[in-house]
Design a protein around this ligand. Structure first.
Ligand code: SIN
Length: 550
């Protein structure tokens, strides 16, 4: 099976004249919770640049509604949180990483609350919500259902006012720079001026988020094009667990992207999922009914939709206290009202939608990737905490906890290798000979999303996956390498990620967590209780598949 990706470590082509150079101790790429936490922490000691290809707030973190899961109440404990996470993860969580997540999580969330005072309280006590597959209410939230924007704004404010982070917005990091088997920085394209810069650093932290734009419909913002995963892979880092793409049960049924997410916390407050006969179909399917793990709920939704020959089901909150719902979920209430729905009176049409990339750049317990000098945090990373199915609201927590660990590791490591970058030369590939027209790029992107949705979506089988892999290869051939515009760079990244999702999904001949194979419906622990990782190796830059880590 071929690797549908370019062989050169750089997508960027050589241009006339020498690109400018900048020198830092640490570069952080991305401005979600993982990036902001790493930048604020690292800047206490190091010269830091945070690079965003858009504006700071244009992240998946900013859109997060539900909240942050952590054992913060007396009825809860890290052990209980660990058990819930491992159970939801369907046998593939890396226990050591989960233990770190749940043990260090509560302190990290309390620290976050010191800079973000908007966490919801009642009479001084934190209000904790229920979400799918949690055995106790555990989700701390802010502004009702505006947790992501409150947290991201507070962290961005802390970064801008109290630290010496150089913030570089509208700069698209095209590739990581490597030398002597290390990551030594990144090359970025200034989207305002069209100029490239080589950014050198002792350590680089990838926090570029996910890759939801691989699919036609996603809750992710338009910037989620898998850039970090693809550039890390080109640079020689291992990426893993790529077959596990999480679909969220309750995207608003609509033909638009990003899809508006209706938070799982609404089901935590008692909202029902109904089929077209008006029945609560999750009752009897899972002991927690609508609050079963996401993969279980989505699987049953697919069954129900297929039986009814419809593309959506209903979320019903009409039996709940309307005032309370309006107060607790202002974003959901107002957004639905703007789309013509009254959540207090109407059943809301919903369908599962691509929401979260579980796989990513494989890291150890300190966020270190397999490429020295490169770290990864948040959705771009594959720490192993989510296994085959992420527990709701563990994602913001992962970014917080592992970025803190990265900062601690940087304090041990970063000083040791600084300085040598000034003498490095980087060999870029020759300029592109042809030109990819914008309309052609948009068309290829649409076709990629369509084929991924049809053949590599929620339910997969060998025939569809093989067909998808062939088509992804053909799409790549339609492009004239190397890239020369932001749209092309994104498209190469999307194709790279799509190829790995598809290849991993084809290899894993079982159903587990978010990976559902119609032709292999059972979980097969004897053969598949391990991870699939990919990396390039050797001078010929051949792909290698390997299983297991940690
Ligand atoms: C939600 O609010 O339902 C999303 C939370 C998450 O994805 O963890």
């Amino acid at each position: 099976m071929p690797y549908p990706v370019a062989k050169h470590p750089y997508m960027l082509a050589a241009t006339d004249g020498e690109p400018a150079r900048r020198f830092y101790d640490i570069i952080v790429i991305g401005s979600g919770i993982g990036g902001l936490t790493a930048a604020v922490g690292a800047a206490r000691r190091w010269k830091v640049a945070l690079i965003s290809k858009s504006v700071l707030r244009d992240t998946t973190t900013f859109l997060a509604q539900g909240g942050i899961a952590a054992a913060l109440s007396e009825q809860d404990s890290p052990q209980l949180h660990l058990e819930d996470t491992m159970r939801a993860g369907a046998g593939l969580c890396k226990e050591e990483a989960v233990r770190i997540l749940v043990n260090e999580g509560p302190d990290r969330v309390r620290e976050l609350m010191e800079i973000c005072p908007k966490f919801d309280r009642s009479g001084g006590d934190l209000v904790l919500a229920s979400e799918g597959a949690h055995s106790v209410p555990r989700i701390a939230h802010a502004g009702g259902d505006a947790t992501g924007s409150e947290v991201a704004s507070a962290l961005a404010q802390a970064m801008r006012s109290g630290s010496r982070v150089q913030v570089l917005e509208q700069e698209f990091v095209v590739d990581l720079l490597t030398s002597g088997g290390r990551c030594v920085g990144a090359v970025s394209l200034n989207l305002r001026t069209g100029e490239f810069t080589l950014d050198y650093a002792s350590a680089t932290v990838l926090a570029t988020g996910g890759s939801g734009q691989v699919y036609s419909l996603t809750t992710n913002p338009a910037v989620a094009t898998g850039d970090g995963m693809a550039m890390a892979w080109r640079a020689g880092a291992a990426i893993g667990d790529m077959e596990f793409v999480q679909f969220h049960p309750t995207g608003l049924y609509a033909d638009e992207s990003p899809i508006f997410l209706i938070t799982e916390a609404l089901r935590g407050e008692g909202a029902y999922l109904l089929n077209h006969a008006g029945e609560r179909f999750m009752v009897g399917v899972h002991p927690q009914a609508e609050l079963g793990p996401r993969d279980v709920v989505v699987k049953e939704m697919v069954k129900q939709m297929s039986a009814a020959g419809r593309e959506f089901l209903y979320l019903d909150a009409t039996h709940l206290d309307c005032q309370k719902i309006r107060q607790r979920f202002p974003t959901v209430y107002e957004t639905l009202r703007d789309r013509g729905f009254d959540i207090c009176r109407d059943r809301i049409p919903v369908a599962p939608v691509c929401h979260y990339m579980i796989g990513g750049v494989t890291t150890d317990l300190w966020g270190r990737t397999t490429l020295p000098g490169l770290y990864a945090s948040g959705e771009v990373s594959n720490t192993g905490v989510h296994g085959a199915n992420r527990l709701a609201s563990n994602s913001l927590l992962e970014g917080l906890v592992f970025s803190d660990r990265i900062v601690r590791d940087l304090d041990r490591y970063a000083g040791a290798s600084g300085g040598s970058a000034r003498r490095l030369t980087i060999e870029l590939p020759a300029p592109a000979t042809g030109k990819n027209e914008p309309a052609q790029l948009a068309d290829i992107r649409r076709r990629l999303q369509k084929l991924m949705t049809a053949d590599v979506g929620i339910v997969r089988d060998e025939r569809g996956l093989n067909r998808a892999l062939g088509r992804i290869g053909s799409l790549l051939e339609e492009l004239e390498p190397p890239g020369a515009s932001p749209e092309e760079y994104e498209l190469y990244n999307l194709i790279t990620v799509a190829g790995h999702i598809t290849r991993a999904a084809l290899l894993r001949t079982e159903s587990r967590g978010a990976h559902l194979r119609e032709d292999y419906p059972q979980r097969d622990d004897a053969r598949w209780k391990h991870h699939i990782n990919f990396r390039l190796k050797g001078d010929r830059r051949e792909g290698e598949v390997f299983g297991g880590y940690g």
